[in-house]
Design a binder for this molecule. Structure first.
Ligand SMILES: [Zn+2]
Ligand SMILES: [Zn+2]
Length: 414
C-alpha cells in the first residue's frame, strides 16, 4: 500500500479509461500532475500549467486511478482513487479500493462481488444451522428438565376448594381448543383476576403444588437458561401448562368437572372467605391505581396502602371503597391545584384521606353509597366464578364487605 507521493511510480498509474481532458499528457507528466495536485499549488494554477480544459470542481474526478494493491480473492490489481487535495493523511482513499478483475471491494461496507456474496451466503447458512442446533439442544434440555414423568401426579380427590376454583378460572379462559394444554396466560382475553399480582399468586399456587406443570411443548424462549444452557425457570405468563392430575375416568370428564367445579360450600367457607378478601383487596388496589394514574400520580403500593384498604374492607364493600377513593383523589387534586401542596405531598395525602374518611364514616354512621364498577376495570373471571357460578349471587361480592357474616348470610336460603 502506497502511503506517500514519493512512493508513486509509473507502474501505479491506471491509464485505462483515462479522461479526454488529460489525453494530451505523457505518463511522466501525469505523475508530476498528481504530485502538483498534492502540493501547495491551487487547482486553478495546475489547470493552466498543464493546459487542462475543465473547471476546478470537476478536476479531481479526471485524475487517473492508482494501482496500489493486489486482490485477496483473485490476485488481480486493486485500484484506488486519490485522496482529495486538502486531506492530509495518506495519499489514497481506502474506501474506493476495487479489484479490476473481480470487482471485489476490499474496504467496502458490503461488497457485492461474486466471491463475497458466496461467502456471505455460506456464513448465513452456517449461522442458521448453528441456530437450529442451539434450538434443538435447548428443546432437548427442556424435555429433560421439565419432563412430565418427573412430576408426581396429583390425585383429583386431593384438590381443595381453592385449587378447584383457581384451576377453573384458568381452564375456563386458557384451555386450548383441543383441550390438551393451557395456552399462555398472557393470551387470555378476559382478566383472570383484578390484577396481575393476584393472577401470578393464583398460578404459583397451582404450579408450586405441581397441579399445573409447564409444558415441554412451550416455545423454547419462554424458558430461561443458565450459563450451562439448562432451563432453570420460565415465564409464568408465556409458557403453556399441562394439567398434572390423576383421574379415574375420561380426560374430557375431568375437564368438565374443572370447568364447573363442585364446591362443598359449607366445608370450604374459610377458603372462600380468604379468596374473597384477596379478590376485594386487589379490586380496591386496581381502582386506586387507576384513579391515581388518571390524575397523573404514580403511586407505589406498599404496606401502608395495603393495610389501610384491608382495614376498610373489614367494614366496607369494594363499591363503597371506590367512593372513598374517588373522593380522596378528587380532594387531593384540588389541594394540589390550589397551590398549597406539592404534587408529591398531595399524592401522599390520598391514602391517609381514605383512612380518615373510613373512620369518620364509621363514627358518624354515614350511609356510604357504593360506586359501580367502571368499564376500564371489568369484573374478573375469578369474581364471576365465585359469585355468579358458585354462590349464585351475582355482584354481591362487590356490594358487600368481605366478611364471614356477610358470606354466611349469602349462603342462607331465602
Ligand atoms: Zn479480485
Ligand atoms: Zn468482494
Amino acid at each position: 500500500m502506497i502511503r506517500s507521493i514519493k512512493e508513486l511510480t509509473l507502474e501505479n498509474l491506471c491509464l485505462d479509461n483515462l479522461s479526454n481532458e488529460l489525453s494530451h499528457l505523457t505518463e511522466i507528466e501525469l505523475l508530476s500532475l498528481i504530485s502538483d495536485y498534492k502540493s501547495d499549488k491551487t487547482v486553478k494554477e495546475i489547470l493552466q500549467l498543464y493546459s487542462i480544459n475543465t473547471i476546478p470542481s470537476k478536476f479531481k474526478k479526471l485524475l487517473p486511478l492508482i494501482y496500489a494493491d493486489f486482490c485477496s480473492h483473485c490476485g488481480g490489481k486493486v485500484v484506488f482513487e486519490l485522496q482529495s487535495k486538502t486531506y492530509s493523511y495518506g495519499l489514497l482513499e481506502e474506501q474506493t479500493a476495487q479489484c479490476v478483475q473481480c470487482s471485489h471491494k476490499p474496504n467496502g461496507y458490503s461488497c457485492q462481488c461474486d466471491a463475497c456474496v458466496r461467502a456471505e451466503n455460506e456464513k448465513r447458512i452456517l449461522a442458521e444451522a448453528q441456530k437450529k442446533r442451539v434450538l434443538l439442544s435447548k428443546r432437548e434440555a427442556i424435555t429433560k428438565e421439565y419432563n412430565p414423568d418427573r412430576y408426581k401426579k396429583i390425585e383429583e380427590s386431593e384438590l381443595g376448594a381453592t385449587e378447584k376454583i383457581f384451576l377453573s378460572v384458568i381452564v375456563r379462559n386458557c384451555l386450548s381448543e383441543d383441550g390438551k394444554y393451557i395456552a399462555p396466560i398472557k393470551n387470555s382475553l378476559l382478566p383472570l383476576t383484578p390484577s396481575n399480582e393476584l393472577t401470578t399468586k393464583l398460578i404459583r399456587h397451582l404450579t408450586s403444588r405441581s397441579i399445573l406443570i409447564p409444558s415441554i411443548d412451550s416455545e423454547v424462549d419462554t424458558f430461561v437458561f443458565d450459563e450451562d444452557q439448562i432451563p432453570n425457570s420460565y415465564y409464568t405468563y408465556e409458557v403453556k401448562y399441562r394439567l398434572n392430575i390423576d383421574h379415574d375416568d375420561k380426560y374430557s370428564f375431568l375437564i368438565e368437572r374443572l370447568l364447573h367445579p363442585e364446591i362443598e360450600i359449607c366445608e370450604s367457607i374459610e377458603e372462600l372467605l380468604k379468596i374473597w378478601q384477596d379478590l376485594a383487596l386487589y379490586e380496591v388496589l386496581s381502582y386506586f391505581t387507576y384513579q391515581m394514574n388518571d390524575v397523573g400520580y404514580s403511586p407505589v403500593i406498599g404496606e401502608i396502602t395495603t393495610a389501610t384498604f384491608n382495614k376498610l374492607l373489614e367494614v366496607f364493600s369494594v363499591g363503597q371503597i371506590y367512593n372513598i377513593i374517588f373522593r380522596a383523589v378528587a380532594n387531593s387534586t384540588r389541594a394540589y391545584q390550589s397551590g398549597d401542596y406539592t404534587k408529591k405531598h398531595a399524592m401522599n395525602m390520598v391514602v391517609a384521606s381514605c383512612r380518615n374518611q373510613g373512620e369518620k364514616a364509621v363514627a358518624e354512621e354515614w350511609d356510604l353509597k357504593p360506586y359501580n364498577r367502571i368499564k376500564q376495570l371489568p369484573e374478573s373471571e375469578l369474581s364471576r366464578l365465585i359469585f355468579t357460578g358458585i354462590l349464585k349471587k351475582s355482584n354481591q361480592g362487590f356490594y358487600s364487605a368481605p366478611t364471614l357474616s356477610n358470606l354466611e348470610s349469602m349462603l342462607e336460603v331465602e
